[in-house]
Design a protein around this ligand. Structure first.
Ligand code: FE2
Ligand code: FE2
Ligand code: FE2
Length: 389
């Protein structure tokens, strides 16, 4: 669901609660490795601001917990304090980027004067996946998507018979074209049953969009990412409209950017099982996926995705936009800002919310929030594909 502008302009009182929830999720995972029970850890983390109002849990609040806690009180206090620091550091990444290892080293260096056991930080290190970057690949279905992308990205006019020739090579493309042409959204009185008639029915431009999207879908389906796929179908027409409005890309390239921006999430699904379990636990505990990816893998799905599609020979700026679509402040590229705005508008809560980033990106691509919201109308062709898929 896309955010509305009045929600965005009003202060969000749930920030502190979200911080406590993420701290609890991290504390439970760290505690699992340190042999500390989940329930008291989660309770202590969720109440760590209730014990003391400032965001730093130290001094009296910490002492109070140690007095009221049981045998594990000291370790519980230590773990919550470490996880609180991790979350604070991750919240600050939009202002100052640091490698995760640097963050962990800094937290360890605080131990002497904050009074926690620095050895507990090692459990966070142990959670991290050491098999990157070579271990992540797109599944085999990527080959078909890559071929269609290359064929359709060529800058030339396509006629119905050209598109038909491409679509007939792949039953998925053919089926999707016929399905979209016959969908209720197009309101056809007479059903079509051939690819050629389907293309003629929806038009060559819309047919190209459907084919590009249909070529991508098996990738997301193979990784069980139907929610991300549905989000990509929403982001794509919006990205296309933004691209056309700003003149940064052709509207068709904008569509492709919207479809592939989260491709890194496909590869993330094929991580080693232990890492996947930790990732799932943290996400289910309330940590956004891009945040967890940064913690466990040292990079988010944008950075992973850009590397994966490098062989598809997109322009460098396009790759940059995929790479930094969650961290636009790390790139001078306006396209990265555009991709961030498309991601923000199609709102899947993939990362920590940041109105500062939204404002900076709007300024960079010379848009207002109101214009952005108005542009969020859906493209009926891809909406039809959602129905068919
Ligand atoms: Fe806190
Ligand atoms: Fe994303
Ligand atoms: Fe996304």
């Amino acid at each position: 669901m896309a955010p509305n502008s009045s929600d965005l302009m009003s202060p969000d009182h749930s920030d502190e609660q979200a911080h406590c929830t993420r701290t609890a999720a991290l504390a439970v995972e760290l505690g699992r490795r340190a042999g500390v029970a989940a329930e008291p850890l989660a309770q202590a983390a969720l109440m760590h601001h209730a014990l003391e109002s400032p965001r730093h849990w130290s001094g009296l609040g910490r002492l109070a917990w140690q007095v009221v806690g049981g045998d594990d009180a000291r370790r519980i206090a230590d773990i919550v304090q470490i996880c609180n620091l991790v979350d604070e550091q991750f919240e600050a990444l939009e202002f100052e980027y640091k490698e995760v290892e640097t963050i962990l080293q800094e937290i360890q260096s605080f131990a002497a004067f904050e009074g926690f056991d620095p050895a507990l930080v090692e459990h966070l290190r142990a959670m991290r996946c050491r098999e990157l970057p070579g271990g992540l690949r797109l599944p085999v279905e990527a080959g078909a998507a890559c071929l269609v992308f290359r064929a359709l990205r060529a800058e030339r006019e396509y006629e119905i018979r050209d598109l038909e020739a491409i679509a007939l090579r792949d039953p998925v493309l053919a089926g999707n074209l016929v399905g979209v042409a016959n969908s209720a959204l197009h309101g056809r009185a007479h059903r079509v049953s051939t690819v050629g008639r389907a293309i003629a029915s929806v038009g060559v431009i819309a047919a190209r969009k459907v084919m590009l999207a249909a070529a991508m879908r098996p990738l997301f389906a193979s990784a069980g990412l139907s929610r991300i796929w549905s989000h990509s179908l929403s982001a794509a027409p919006f990205c296309s409209a933004l691209a056309g409005h700003t003149g940064l890309l052709s509207s068709e390239e904008g569509l492709v950017l919207g479809l592939v921006h989260d491709i890194g999430a496909v590869a993330v699904q094929f991580l080693p099982r232990e890492t996947m379990d930790t990732l799932r636990n943290l996400v289910e505990g309330g940590c956004p996926p891009a945040y967890v990816e940064r913690l466990l893998l040292g990079r988010d799905h944008g950075e992973i995705g850009a590397g994966l599609i490098a062989e598809w020979r997109f322009p460098d700026e396009f790759m940059e936009a995929v790479r930094f679509h969650h961290q636009p402040e790390r790139s001078a590229s306006k396209l990265a800002s555009l991709a961030y705005l498309a991601e923000f508008w199609s709102g899947l809560d993939e990362d920590l919310p940041s109105f500062g980033r939204v404002e900076a990106c709007l300024e960079r691509v010379d848009l207002t929030l109101e214009t952005l919201m108005e542009m969020g109308r859906q493209d009926s062709t891809l909406r039809a594909l959602k129905v068919v898929a």
